[in-house]
Design a binder for this molecule. Structure first.
Ligand SMILES: *[C@@H]1O[C@H](CO)[C@@H](O)[C@H](O)[C@H]1NC(C)=O
Ligand SMILES: *[C@@H]1O[C@H](CO)[C@@H](O)[C@H](O)[C@H]1NC(C)=O
Length: 314
């Protein structure tokens, strides 16, 4: 194929560009990058995020209630029982079925299933520590909200907030405070800053082979790009919360459950093509999972430890 030669060259440039040192364990890499999946993700025998996990959200900057509910409904969709009552057909591609791949990691390590309990949501609409944040300020913000040991805080920044490394080397990252046994994830809304990097495939990619952007199932390119990155980082955080869980490669720049499958959203994916997806008959939006309130989502492929393949639920 004609395009593969040039895309290889572009990928190589991107790989070099992405491998800058990182402070946190796992960063959600730019989605347009393609690398073949590794053969295994090794378990390094450390703690995983198991059992009931209190989850808090810090909304940093302006988010509408419609935007918040796209994210919150996704998080609520990870609860298997609630969804099974809602949609009983076993062929329905539920968000909770997507999450079952993560449960496989837990089972293999002899750990309990992870169950998130959404405990608090805090809004800092005026951006109390400014609109240009350094990485340590993200953990500072997370600590304001973490109320319980073993908890997870999502720090979500609005589209007018800049974060060190955002759009340059990543779209979000996860980190931890091992003393408090708590973890955090940061993801930014890229819509005005770099949607071609952090909201692909809902936006034209800035590098690599060009395909038409896909319709966002909830009509919000920025926030649905965030959902992709949140989903990817939740998978990484649960399976590698303190840097000694499941990963491959160097601990400071690891491949984790979802970052091992960059740019893959369905079967047959290749650079510039997200893979076979479901299409909403009315809106023509693309999706591959159904969550709470019948909401549609596009979720990243996860590396399945049983099959060593990148899998999604469609
Ligand atoms: C795991 O499950 C067992 C049995 O239900 C329970 O006793 C234990 O406290 C759980 N551990 C964690 C970390 O949730
Ligand atoms: C994956 O393998 C484990 C045993 O290692 C098994 O308990 C589990 O059911 C498998 N999951 C799937 C989806 O096949």
């Amino acid at each position: 194929m004609e395009f593969s030669l040039s895309s290889k060259r572009i990928s190589l440039v991107l790989v070099l560009f992405l491998f800058e040192p990182r402070l946190c364990y796992g960063a959600r890499k730019l989605a347009s990058l393609y690398e073949p999946p590794p053969m295994t993700l090794k378990y390094h025998k450390g703690a995983l995020l198991e059992g009931k996990v209190p989850l808090s959200i810090l909304w940093y900057g302006k988010f509408s209630s419609a935007q918040k509910s796209i994210v919150v409904d996704f998080l609520l969709s990870l609860k298997p029982l609630e969804q099974k009552k809602l949609l009983s057909s076993s062929t329905t591609p539920l968000v909770s079925k997507w999450w079952e791949t993560i449960e496989t990691y837990m089972k293999k390590a002899g750990k309990n299933m992870t169950q998130f309990i959404l405990t608090d949501q805090v809004t800092d609409e005026t951006c109390s520590i400014g609109r240009t944040l350094k990485r340590p300020q993200i953990s500072e913000l997370a600590h304001r909200v973490i109320s319980k040991p073993g908890g997870l805080t999502l720090v979500l920044t609005a589209d007018d907030v800049g974060v060190e490394g955002f759009c340059m080397s990543n779209c979000g990252f996860h980190g931890s405070d091992s003393k408090a046994k708590s973890v955090f994830i940061w993801v930014g809304n890229s819509v005005t800053q770099c949607p071609g990097q952090c909201a692909w495939p809902f936006h034209q990619p800035i590098y690599g082979p060009q395909g038409a952007p896909l319709g966002a199932p909830n009509g919000d390119v920025g926030v649905e790009g965030m959902v992709v990155n949140i989903a990817s980082l939740l998978a990484a955080t649960v399976t590698n919360p303190f840097g000694n869980g499941y990963f491959q490669g160097p601990a400071e720049a690891p491949l984790e459950a979802a970052s091992a499958c960059p740019g893959v959203y369905g079967k047959g994916a290749y650079p510039g093509y997200a893979g076979e997806l479901l299409i909403d008959a009315t809106t023509r939006a693309s999706y591959n999972a159904i969550g709470s309130n019948g909401r549609k989502y596009l979720l990243p492929a996860l590396f399945d430890p049983n099959t060593s393949q990148c899998t999604t639920v469609v």
